[in-house]
Design a protein around this ligand. Structure first.
Ligand code: ADP
Length: 710
């Protein structure tokens, strides 16, 4: 059985190894056991039911809360060669009937349905004709009041199952691990002695950082400038904040979309599509965005405001790096964030018990923003993991890249000004007095006569406001609640005024520019986008970024090395393999790619990896070369293209192995090739090739370069 599971994983999904927990979960389901799997967002839940669906005799019903997500998942499955469909309210009666008919003929391995559908008698009738092997319940926490996305229709799942003539295997999936939710899932979904699997909650490829008291808009513009062409999400707490930031980013020339519940369905759809199809880089959104998003190449998630609890935070931040590539999660904490969240809790009509539960959760969220310890440890322990290492070396607190600056004098100026203004005014007026602004209100209140008037004239009002906000976050100051909040000082500030304490500000060291992706990666991205547009599919459904990056590293130019790339299974190879091979081959021909990078593909999950590590691929080629084989013979024997073989030989020569280049250089042209390289330079191959007669191939040029040491 295990062999079959592995084979199916590679054949359909293109992966050669499982992510944590997947294998056990799949085995449990295939042993006909009810199963509850708790994995973080991006942990790889889908394959845990999609793969069993392929091996079980009947159909698998997937209950999923969001219609938009269903379409994407079904598109992705069909693209992998797995027949599937979805049934939801977006279909016409005709489409519904057609799909049910095809289902009754056994045409689908997976059918995605919205939970509301289970309440339909008609659907139940039609379903009776099907042999359902497995019911997979995605986002199973929606069944629980204690979760953060309760959906009443999830409660109709159990009565629905009870009415089926044959009880299928039930598998529930969620990223929420709190005890209340876990218990609710088991009891409300009536799981029978389920195998419960909680995989680690760690997402190693994600970096976590909290930034306090920074000017958020400046931070975002700086960040976006150094992360161009990368997909990212910026979450803000309110619609108003989303609108404002979106407008600002567009004004600054960034390619940004927005998403919140105040937009029409059409606008929301358009924005979502633009993001999924890589037509905008960044989307500014409220938490309404994301549950229906399966986009794997989100490189960063920035929270413009602190969210309401750790569950929401980890779920939202977890939308970064689902493809396993590096992802960055940054939370910008500001003094007002806590007020917003408290206000939102107060607005709800929840029972006092639930409100107090929400406040407790909010408190843990605030704790995350202030903890000096490892952020990953904080997260993992919150989700109930034990024996977590003290430091991860991959979060903002472990890799503290800040420098401390003494800002005592500025802090004293601000505190003293607030005291002189009798602690009766808001942040803006205080900042304006310190700046020395010539405004009517200041003159009316005669604050221009204060000794603190204009003592920070060298700073802008915005800079002073930022500093006041920082002092609020650090609890030297606080802002009163109510319609006209005023800024006041805490006792801690008095000590600073008396000169008994200093105030230090953490400043982020300037980060190096992010490393650019290689030219080949970018050109593969463009090719992917063209193909995606032609098929009307999101680009990541064709290939994940990670798959493209591996291609750009290993430059596979034949079937075997292409299939060794992570995320490339047989169906994908049949559909896209040749086009990508040709593209890569052309690129390799036209550019002077460092030959060392052009080895036969060996992804990290390649089963031949061990072997390949013992004898590097280019050395196997070298052995054949020493046996006197021609390029063509070597290529045939190794089932590689001659380009790959040529690259191997160049690499061998660079490593000091002897190659007789004369065998590859047409003697009559040798001098001409040398002269042309001397004239044009050896930076790029294509101009040299263009300047020479057609019959001289690229390899002859490279051979001359190697022989003469260009
Ligand atoms: P979840 O539903 O848990 O958030 P997904 O099922 O969407 O996660 O999977 C997250 C990403 O991980 C997807 O891009 C998926 O293709 C990838 N993935 C899943 N299983 C594997 C695996 N065994 N090896 C490599 N990548 C995988």
């Amino acid at each position: 059985m295990l062999g079959e599971i592995q084979k199916t994983l590679k054949k359909y999904f293109g992966y050669t190894s499982f992510k944590k927990g997947q294998e056990k979960i799949i085995s449990s389901i295939l042993q006909q056991q009810d199963t509850l799997a708790i994995m973080p967002t991006g942990g790889g839940k889908s394959i845990c039911y999609q793969l069993p669906a392929l091996l079980l005799p009947g159909v698998t019903l997937v209950i999923s809360p969001l219609i938009s997500l269903m379409k994407d998942q079904v598109d992705a499955l069909n693209n992998l060669g797995i027949a599937s469909t979805f049934i939801n309210s977006a279909l016409s009666q005709r489409e519904f009937e057609d799909r049910m008919y095809l289902a009754s003929k056994g045409q689908y391995k997976l059918i995605y349905i919205a939970p509301e559908r289970l309440e339909s008698e008609r659907f139940l009738d039609l379903l009776r004709n099907l042999s359902v092997s497995l019911i997979a319940i995605d986002e199973a926490h929606c069944v629980s009041h204690w979760g953060h996305d309760f959906r009443p229709s999830y409660l109709s799942i159990t009565p629905f199952i009870d009415r089926l003539s044959h009880r299928p295997i039930i598998a529930a999936f969620t990223a929420t691990a709190t005890t209340d939710v876990k218990q609710d899932i088991v009891s409300l979904l009536a799981l029978r002695s389920p195998g419960v699997f909680v995989t680690g909650f760690d997402r190693e490829n994600l970096t976590f950082t909290v930034r306090k008291g920074v000017n958020k808009s400046d931070f975002i513009t700086d960040y976006l400038s150094t992360h161009k062409n990368q997909s990212g999400i910026i979450y803000a707490a309110t619609r108003k904040e989303v609108d404002k930031l979106h407008e600002y980013l567009n004004y600054k020339g960034f390619s940004a979309g927005k998403y919140h519940a105040g937009l029409s369905d059409l606008e929301r759809n358009e924005m979502q599509e633009a993001f999924i199809y890589d037509n905008v880089d960044v989307i500014v959104a409220t938490n309404a965005f994301g549950m229906g998003i399966d986009k794997s190449n989100v490189r960063y998630v920035i929270h413009f405001n602190m969210p309401k609890n750790m569950e929401s935070y980890y779920q939202e931040a977890g939308r970064a790096g689902r493809d396993g590539e590096q992802g960055e999660c940054i939370l910008l904490y500001g003094a007002a964030d806590l007020h917003i969240q408290k206000f939102l809790i107060e607005q709800t009509l929840l029972s006092p018990e639930r409100k107090s539960n929400d406040y407790q959760k909010l408190q843990s969220m605030v704790g995350y923003c202030h903890t000096p310890q490892c952020l990953r440890k904080y997260i993992l322990e919150y989700f109930g993991e034990t024996d977590v290492t003290e430091t991860c070396e991959n979060c903002g607190n472990c890799n503290d890249e800040t420098e401390l600056t003494d800002i005592t004098i500025d802090a004293q100026k601000i505190f003293s000004c607030i005291v002189r203004m009798k602690e009766q005014y808001g942040i803006n007026l205080v900042a304006s007095v310190l700046k020395g602004s010539n405004i009517k209100r200041i003159r009316q209140l005669r604050f221009n006569e204060l000794s603190t008037y204009g003592i920070m004239s060298e700073s802008s009002v915005n800079e002073i406001t930022d500093l006041i906000n920082l002092l609020i976050v650090e609890e030297y100051l606080y802002v009163t609640e109510g319609q006209y909040p005023v800024v006041r000082i805490h006792h801690k500030a008095v000590q600073v005024l008396k000169g008994n304490e200093t105030v230090m500000q953490k400043l982020q060291k300037k980060k190096e520019q992010v490393k650019e992706d290689s030219g080949l990666f970018e050109s593969l991205r463009t090719l992917r986008k063209e193909m995606a547009e032609a098929e009307n599919l999101p680009p990541y459904i064709i290939f994940h970024d990670r798959t493209l990056r591996e291609m750009s590293m290993h430059c596979p130019t034949d079937r075997q090395s292409m299939l060794a790339i992570n995320g490339l299974g047989e169906a994908k190879f049949e559909k896209y393999g040749q086009t990508f091979i040709e593209h890569i081959q052309k690129y390799v021909d036209e550019h002077d790619i460092t030959p060392a990078a052009v080895t036969s593909a060996g992804s990290t999950d390649n089963p031949n990896k061990d072997k390949a590590e013992k004898i590097p691929s280019h050395m196997i080629t070298y052995e054949l070369y020493q046996e006197g084989k021609t390029l063509k013979e070597m290529a045939e024997e190794r089932e590689m293209t001659s380009i790959t073989i040529q690259n191997h030989l160049v690499r061998c020569a660079q490593e000091g192995y002897e190659i007789d280049w004369n065998g590859f250089i047409p003697a009559e042209y040798e001098k001409t090739i040398v002269q042309t390289i001397e004239q044009i330079g050896a930076e790029r191959l294509k101009p040299i090739k263009d300047a020479l007669p057609d019959e001289i191939n690229y390899f002859a040029i490279r051979a001359v370069m190697c022989k003469y040491g260009f």
